[in-house]
Design a protein around this ligand. Structure first.
Ligand SMILES: O=C[C@H](O)[C@H](O)[C@H](O)COP(=O)(O)O
Length: 225
């Protein structure tokens, strides 16, 4: 049983006719998109705001009606994946480089559902290097400043060249020895001039749906948001 598929499809149970949806990015939400596409073919009327060029492409192929995120002031529901989730509903995101638009979508969503396989539900964040989106100009300065927080930022590369986000920026992947205070780190990182956004999502997720390879699904509801 594909645990990502289980979680991705289960989240679609919360989609209702007429909703404006935020469409997350990645291999777990891929399954949500497939399911939403099927429902649209059977008459479900929704519009989706994609969080990446990749998601936009998939959604178009599936015939999901789209609206640009920039044209929306509020979303009814956003479904998105994550790279790590802790028991306080804090997330690391951005493994696919889509963290900025994903965070913008989550920030205007009345409900934000996160879909993961059970390997990503961890007691403490930080095994996964934290992605930080930075402006290309002077990225070396930004890297030095980030390293002051106790990590060794690595410029993400593809085929020997810097990975460029949909927003034209670079990603620094930051492995922290211990990522102890996500909320404070999130705030401090975003105060660095060259930082556009970081992949810590704090106080945002309303629900986490966790799929396991034995076919079970666990749903955790955040009562503290
Ligand atoms: O930038 C990418 C996103 O934050 C993804 O949602 C995250 O990396 C999880 O992706 P996947 O479901 O492919 O593991």
């Amino acid at each position: 049983m594909d645990s990502k598929r289980l979680a991705g499809e289960a989240a679609v149970n919360y989609v209702e006719d007429g909703m404006l949806l935020g469409l997350g990015t990645g291999s777990t939400v891929y399954w949500s998109l497939q399911k939403i596409g099927e429902l649209v073919q059977s008459g479900l009327r929704i519009r989706g705001a994609p969080t990446s060029a990749e998601t936009e492409k998939i959604a178009r192929q599936l015939g999901i009606p789209l609206i640009a995120l920039s044209e929306v002031s509020e979303l009814d529901l956003t479904i998105d994946g994550a790279d790590e989730v802790n028991p306080d509903f804090q997330l690391i995101k951005g493994g696919g480089g889509a963290l900025l638009r994903e965070k913008m979508a989550a920030s205007i969503s009345r409900r934000f559902i996160v879909v993961v396989d059970n390997s990503k539900y961890v007691p403490a964040l930080g095994q996964f290097p934290l992605p930080v989106e930075v402006v290309p100009f002077g990225w070396q300065i930004t890297r030095r400043q980030i390293s002051g927080f106790g990590c060794e930022p690595v410029l993400r590369q593809v085929h020997g060249s810097p990975f460029v986000t949909d927003n034209g920026n670079y990603i620094l992947d930051c492995q922290f020895a211990a990522l102890e205070a996500p909320e404070e780190l999130h705030r401090q990182l975003n105060l660095i001039p060259g930082v556009v956004e970081n992949g810590l999502f704090v106080n945002m997720a309303d629900m986490v749906i966790i799929g396991a390879s034995d076919g079970s699904i666990e749903t955790k509801v955040n009562t503290g948001v």
